[in-house]
Ligand binder design. Sequence first.
Ligand code: WTA
Length: 672
Amino acid sequence: MSEDKTYQVTMEEHEFIYPRYEFVAQANVSDPDIFERMSLDKFPYYYKEFADMLEWDEYWHTMLDTSDAPCWKWFVGGRLNASYNCVDRHLKENKNKTAIHYVPEPEGEAIEHITYQNLYMRVNEVAAVLRDEMGLKKGDRVTLHLPMTPELPITMLACARLGIIHSQVFGGFSGKAAGERAWDSESEILITMDAYYRSGKLLDHFEKAEEACKRSEEEGQKIKTVLVWQRYKGKHSSPTPLKEGRDLVMNDLIEKHKRVKVDPVSMPAEDILFLMYTSGTTGRPKGIQHSTGGYLAYVTAMTYIIQDVQPTDVYWCMADIGWITGHSFIVYGPLSLGASTVVYEGTPTYPDPGRCWRIAEELDVNIYHTSPTAIRMLRKAGYDEPDNYNHKFKLMCTVGEPIEPEVWKWYYEKVGKNQAAIVDTYWQTENGGFLCSSVPGIEPMKPGSAGKTVPGLHAVVYDDTGREMEPGEGKAGNICMRNPWPGSMQTIWKDRDRYVRTYYERYCKDPKSKDWRDWPYMTGDAAVLAADGYFRILGRIDDIINVAGHRLGTKEVESAALVVEEVAEAAVVAAKDEIKGAVPDLYVSLKPGFEPSTELEKKINATIRDVVGPIATPKGVWIVPDMPKTRSGKIMRRVLACVSNNTDTGDVTTLANPEVVELIEEMVKKGK
Ligand code: WTA
């Protein structure tokens, strides 16, 4: 799939839509002067504005240290604590304000409004447990495998308070996936929960802990203790029993540390705040490493400039905290600004497609943030449903995948009632915060386009020869950032080489250089730059499938398929999907002596769900007599992708086995 993406793009550009006067009049940022202040010739000094949104224990002396390029160090010499900035600093004026509105999935359960004072108490108590019971200290890693309940942000902030590096694994991922990440990050402690609600069912989440421990230990990292939060305080809501000597109930431990205060540890700006694992092009997920000072400054500024969050706003980002969007825009950004943020446990369409709009109405949410997949789902399930509710959004955000202009329009007209400004924010786990978006109080929206780069960032699009492409060329190229920024990852955990290789090698002008100008950051996405400077993001140039806004490495799924004894070869391609954008479609060939069967298909499907998680569930498992291959024996995924998407496979005569393509096409067409 890494073929040339420098192709002519024919999709039409849409007309600009201007935000309403009412929005502009109240916006945090409405003076275009910001772009002048943050022009490239003033880099990096303008980032002082971002740093000054935080409270520092000790002010920094060096804005940007490039001596270890391309591992950029920001705000060197500064010290601060992220938990203090997100909690303590709001107590003086806002202790009774809601920090977190927690909405459980069952509508019969009361919404919990956690004030800043209450959040402060709870974060301290958890920090006391981590420090005094578990003996954890600054720099230790802890793996979290938590669902969307307040215990997740509270545990993250408790870690941050002590300088413990948290690594939250998406709750929907399997125990194995959690175990692999625990091993890679060398965590001795896993924090999980007994159960949580999803689509009306109380899921047994705790059963995954056993598998996580097993997997981590197989790789050589023993998890000594599993801390288990209770979904219902005072009772274990999972049919899987606790294991004596390993598992401890978090709620019981807290009882012993009621009202204990833990001083926030003053952290050098460059110390690690968290790891977030994401799919790479090779099998093993990458531990993306984010700093304390640079990351927090960046997400705070982005929440302010792009999300337009203000003190009286109620902000609902409907991502999962297990992804970077949730880290930056449910937890760290909004809480750093002292806003009220919403945590919703369940499925957006449960028990009916009006659920989101009821929550928005009840909590008076005025900023709403979600993904194209969720928007497509809500549009399909309840096209006119938003009409039935009196919610009123001033701003809405979309993130994670390209949004089709038709879907964008529904979002604008129905959900936003033709009143809300929309920002289409383009960025990645590696970036901490946004790369591209319009500034809603200054720039117009264009359906299907992510807008220009955000203030402070300067992009360049290269073609495959490394030539800088001109705006309006109408061709796709590789979008890169000319300059570093404070929210950018520091490196890949324990793998600097992979970091340099993946993001910088291709367009680096001089590998020995200490000058940031020689190190453009390669996103790995194809984009087209319109004459007006707006970017349309087309998708990955590497072997990553974007399923419902979540990155899935084709290698991850293929490796999982190969766990099945009968499977000889596996190839995964992206099949277009009406709701999720794309889903993996799997082709396998069998070892000699094995026969295809429906049972075997089911077994392969179940193994993938088990190893990677339900998110990787293949659309189809096609047991083929042979894979289409080049003469040198490489599997032609491109050809399989055409078959999966029912498009012309083109000229296949140069393949080693062209006849197999027709067989596979027939099989997929028949669905058998
Ligand atoms: C894609 C999610 C189009 C892109 C924050 C990127 C987008 C990958 C957009 C990162 C957008 C993200 N329009 N495509 N607005 N936002 N992407 O790391 O391919 O989970 O590289 O971060 O999602 O996914 P990740």
